[in-house]
Design a protein around this ligand. Structure first.
Ligand SMILES: [Zn+2]
Length: 70
């Protein structure tokens, strides 16, 4: 009889192209032109790329929210 410890959910990897860093931020955003208000996209981001990805979204006028991952 085995009792396996509960595995924590996998740490997300940064969504930035070519980046393999562990994400410390989650960006929640949507494109109001193609997404309804109930549709939210998620991008994981590392410390380095969180401002880059957020800039990318806000430059296009997409509503965007960041959440710190712990
Ligand atoms: Zn990154």
């Amino acid at each position: 009889m085995t009792s396996e410890p509960e595995t924590p959910s996998e740490a997300p990897i940064c969504s930035s192209r070519g980046c393999r860093s562990e994400a410390t931020w989650m960006l929640l955003w949507r494109n109001p032109r193609i997404h309804g208000s109930d549709r939210v996209k998620r991008w994981a981001a590392c410390d380095e790329h969180e401002p880059v990805l957020r800039e990318f979204l806000t430059a296009r006028g997409f509503p965007c929210e960041t959440q710190r991952l712990t």
